[in-house]
Design a protein around this ligand. Structure first.
Ligand code: URP
Ligand code: ZN
Ligand code: ZN
Length: 472
């Protein structure tokens, strides 16, 4: 059925103007003033509202076997939470363990998602081992439309790759023209520091940050940049948490390394004092890289506004209180992760745009358009333009509310942002022209989401004109 969205203020990464949007056959058919529509058309009055392109979360974990347990969401619960919060596409980290074949893992992740997601989705393929079979499997995965890799320089003996495997992965990525995303912490230093702290009887969650200090992340970021430089591959640092690591990434950018930077919701809004809270309250705020000293969030906001940080994701990774308590006597066993998929848009709008620290166009760019460009989804996603998928967020800037586990839709029994006020919320969220969420309620088709297949765009041939225009 056709849909007409009337009288909203259309806000994109570049522009802002009042207008109507007419949607037919899942895509945007017309944008203009006082559009008329056939009689059967569903009409949504967007007067007084903002209309954004559907937001894209470039970093989520849904199915995730990790730290002796599994993350709590399913594709059904996570996608509904995403949509209610204005995210219409997510890119999930497909993370088989080191003793699993890449292709087997990929097929498991695809099966988990297929028919179960209410919003569109794609994968980053984690390379957690590189041996003689891996290369052929990765080529097949890229041919299947998953045109980005993930490497972990952390998590020794689990997801982590060694330098030889990192080099091989990046060589293949450069040849295939795919971008490689990376968790940048030095696995050996983390392991050694953890053992030292435990030997001193330091077992609580407040010791998580000292076990992976900023220097550990700086080393990982610099090493990743050096490996990109030597292989000619294009890279993307995930969940960068602190100013010194940002400096390392920016220095690499300045010397011409093709490196992009993501920071995630918790690092903008929380600091390490949350993880220093007593008992399980601290454990709820354990993630890696850790929440940092309070000097860092203001630096991240400035860098985001300046475009030195390219994108904002969540690193959504829900473990409930019972799971967090697996590390009650040993901080190294607290499952790492803070969920945020449902809250990213509202919190970044409230504490960025409304507080005057983030320009509204940069907000749209970092949370929608730039992830679409970097990961081969633009202009189908991340734009409001004729022919684009009609993924739209009609946003009510007058809404006032509060984040709470009691009202969230993600499958978890706590929220790391409990009690944070929000000033704005999506009133309607569409996926390819169908209203899937309205005023905090899921009202759509549960299995509507499709896997998005993407083309490599960083190959020697394409990188010149096309990719640079897209990346902008
Ligand atoms: O603490 C985190 N970040 N958990 C999820 C796994 C990862 O490193 O992204
Ligand atoms: Zn990570
Ligand atoms: Zn992650």
């Amino acid at each position: 059925m056709a849909l007409l969205i009337r009288g909203g203020e259309i806000v994109t990464a570049e522009s802002r103007s009042r207008g109507d949007i007419f949607i037919e056959d899942e895509t945007i058919a017309h944008i203009g003033i006082d559009l008329t529509a056939p009689p059967e058309t569903e009409v949504v009055d967007a007067t007084g509202k903002l209309i954004f392109p559907g937001f894209i979360d470039p970093h989520v974990h849904i199915h995730l076997p990790f730290m002796a347990t599994f993350a709590k969401d399913t594709h059904a619960t996570a996608s509904k939470a995403a949509l209610i919060g204005g995210t219409t596409t997510f890119i999930e980290m497909c993370c088989p363990s080191r003793n699993e074949d890449a292709l087997d893992g990929y097929n498991i992740w695809k099966q988990k998602a297929e028919g179960n997601s209410a919003c569109d989705y794609a994968f980053h393929m984690a390379v957690t081992r590189y041996d003689s079979d891996t290369e052929a499997q990765l080529r097949e995965i890229v041919r299947d439309g998953t045109a980005s890799f993930k490497v972990f320089l952390a998590y020794k003996n689990f997801f982590g790759v060694n330098d030889e495997e990192l080099f091989q992965t990046l060589q293949l990525a450069a040849e295939l023209g795919v971008i490689t995303t990376a968790h940048c912490e030095n696995a050996e230093l983390v392991s050694q520091l953890q053992q030292l702290l435990l030997a001193e009887g330091k077992t609580g969650p407040e010791w998580h940050e000292p076990s992976r200090p900023e220097a550990v992340e700086v080393e990982g970021t610099s090493r990743f940049a050096t490996f990109l430089e030597q292989t000619g591959a294009t890279g993307y640092v995930v969940h960068l948490s602190c100013a010194p690591a940002l400096r390392a990434a920016v220095e690499a950018k300045l010397r011409g390394v093709k490196i992009y930077v993501e920071s995630v919701l918790p690092h903008f809004l929380l600091d390490k004092s949350y993880a220093e809270r007593h008992g399980v309250e601290g454990m709820k705020h354990v993630m890696s890289p850790p929440l940092r000293d309070r000097r860092n969030p203001p630096a991240l906001w400035s860098a985001l506004q300046a475009g030195l940080i390219d994108t904002v994701g969540t690193d959504h990774c829900p473990f409930d209180i019972e799971q967090k308590l697996l590390g009650a006597n040993n901080f190294t066993q607290i499952p790492n992760g803070i969920p945020g998929l449902e809250d990213r848009v509202n919190l970044m709008y409230t504490y960025g745009v409304k507080r005057g620290t983030l320009d509204i166009h940069r907000f749209v760019d970092a949370l929608s358009t730039r992830p679409a460009k970097l990961f081969g989804l633009f202009p189908r996603k991340g734009s409001i333009s004729v022919g684009a998928d009609a993924d739209l967020v009609i946003y009510d800037p007058k809404y006032r509310g509060m984040i709470s586990a009691a009202t969230q839709h993600s499958n978890n029994d706590y929220n790391g942002f409990e009690g944070f006020a929000i000033e704005g919320r999506p009133s309607h969220v569409t996926v390819r022209g169908k209203v899937q969420a309205r005023d905090g309620v899921f009202v759509g088709e549960p299995g509507r989401g499709r896997m998005l297949r993407r083309q490599p765009q960083y190959g020697a041939r394409q990188v010149s004109e096309e990719a640079l225009t897209h990346v902008g």
